[in-house]
Design a binder for this molecule. Sequence first.
Ligand code: AMO
Length: 428
Amino acid sequence: MRTYLNGLNEIEDGKSVDVYGWVQETRKIKKLLFLILRDNTGVIQVTVKEDNVNNYDEVYGITRESVIRVNGNVNKKSVSRQGIEIVAMEVEILNMAETPLPMGVIDKVTTDFDTRLNNRFIDLRKIGNSLIFRFENELLFFIREYMHSEDFIEVHTPKIVAAATEGGADLFPVSYFEKKAYLNQSPQLYKEILMGSGFDKVFEVGPAFRAEKENTIRHLNEFTSIDVEVSFADDEYVMGVLENSLEYAINHAIDKIGKVLDENGYGIKKISTPFPRVTYSELIEYLQKNNFEIKFGDDFSPEASKFISQKYDSFYFITKWPAELRPFYTMPDKNNQNITNSFDLQLGDIEVCSGAQRIHNYEILEKNFLKKGLNENSFNFYIKAFKFGMPPHAGWGLGLERLVMNILKLNNVRESTLFPRDRSRLSP
Ligand code: AMO
């Protein structure tokens, strides 16, 4: 039976165990060989004595990052760094690693980012890097737990689609037999159709594709979108769902793995709700007062976003965006048609989520199609659902990689993406 390295403490001194992992380091003193063995849960010293194993010469020639099985006895009086070691009785080489390695795992030298991404399989052996995805895993687990506790159901909508959701550009075409199709930019249209189906509260975690040409630290061409849609709800309601689910997920993730995050330099703090809210118009005024050249209808430049972010030390909402900056499906404010019932959630100077109340009235939707210059015909499958009983609804889309990047204060969204897709990267 396999023992994981973090379970050795519970095992009696002298007991025989089987452990598996990678040889992180070797130290050789003629008739004595020390292997630093790493598995998914930790590292341990394995002491190999010539007299104890029958393939000593073979093991003596082992290369770094080779994969082995060790059968041996736990020694709890070890002088090794961990205070516990395994004295090997059997070392089975399961796979010998070639030399030289394309990059090191424990070496102090910094490897450039491209080399790291080109050799992601090794890069992720570094605990600090794999931890990012363990954190992501915890976050998602607790977001799902929260959603289920609030009676949301998880759905899966198509990723090969016939129409754009977030405006016409930025689509990846795919050939679909004799038809033209695209990779979906967002589950937007489908989650709305499901409101017309009476699902009431849905969420989806899935890939979204954007043929955006920007090659920035926050843009991916394929990202993971966490989407929510709720019937008989407005923007305020779904902002509540967003902040409460994040508070639940982040704080539970910290309870679970906060200690190891701390030990690896990702000091993160628990958060509390409600998140501060500021309107788009208030920020425009604030920027104008501070000598930014910006007017109502402009998007915030990176410099302006940085300036704004200095006012906040955690998440904050920017609400009531102008209609021209939001997609066609966004509900206008009932007292002012120039602004919408919409919001972005920011962390630092980066938008991690956007959402809104949607237009549920067929006539207003039709007008908006014309206003935005969209071809109504390609949206027929969507519009149809609005003609036969569509409830009022609202929702949001949260970028998982951007969320993790910002919470852990990583300096590039590719750090929180296992195998990033960007303007120049399609492999691995
Ligand atoms: P939006 O287009 O703002 O809204 O996207 C929602 C969130 O998805 C993430 N995101 C990205 N992450 C990495 N790289 C990208 N290129 C990228 N583009 C977007 C961001 C962003 O906040 N349908 C609406 C959501 C809704 O209203 O429900 C939508 O897709 O974190």
